[in-house]
Design a protein around this ligand. Sequence first.
Ligand code: SF4
Length: 316
Amino acid sequence: MAQDFCNAEDGQKDQSVGYIFRRKSPWLPNKVMTVILTTTNHSRDIAGLKYVYPVLSRRAGGLSIGINFNTNNACNWRCIYCQVPDLKVGAAPDLDFQLLEDELRFFFDDVLNGDFYRRFQVDEDKRVIKDIAISGNGEPTSLREFDKAVALIGEVAAEVGVFPKSNFVLITNGSLVHRSSVQRGLKKLKEYGGEVWFKVDSATKEGRALINNAGQSCRLSVENLLLSAKLCPTKLQTCLLDYDEQGLSLREKSAFLDLLKGIKAKGCVLRCVMLYTIARPSLQPESERLERMSVEMLQAFADEIRLLGFDVLVSD
Ligand code: SF4
């Protein structure tokens, strides 16, 4: 999920550090790559690996390890704020499980036993893996055998001691939770103490068509949200943006509040609602028409949601 809450949010001043990445693994060619990793450069291939990428996050206060299944930049939605380059309609390609395992072991070893932190000049108090986030260039749950991939990540991370200390997060648009392999994946995620960050940007048909270009109805999205919350602790993530200087309409606000009232009435428990706005330019044609939502607007809406009894986090 590009433009996600955890990995694309920093928007603060660059803090560039040199990164010399030596490929030592037998399955990778012996060569030295020099790249620059910054807290705002979240390029998925920065570490030279196919599926695993590091993100230094000021907000998280440490290292977030991203896992990208969508190496073909394919998603079943087209959000107008999406930052995936050359975004295509489609699903994640079949995963090379051996390569994912090799990359995880290689990268964990570099961070836990190698000189990763020294090369990045990471402050001593930030030398911690805050989370492993399944969040890539498209919808991760579109991966065939998604459950098997979650299990593999969990097994390797637990074996090297990253879990249970670090968080395990799935960032998803939630549109495929009705699939049995996704549900098995969510159960597995829960086993490793993980949580789902489920995207709902609008609760109206028009809003979802405009912002997400999502074919799925709001009703089906809510059904998937209820399922997700039953299977694994779930947070709602909502990107609010100002399109054509229209702000957040009363209709959008009340539809969203009604959605929350509806799921609460059905006994759905969410860990929290996370409101955020765009932090970096969209790579979609609508980019010029998008502006950040003001902090005041985010905070005011958060207060309305809190009145319904939900915890709300605001990230600007
Ligand atoms: S759901 Fe798909 S289109 Fe929307 S932000 Fe995530 S990757 Fe981009």
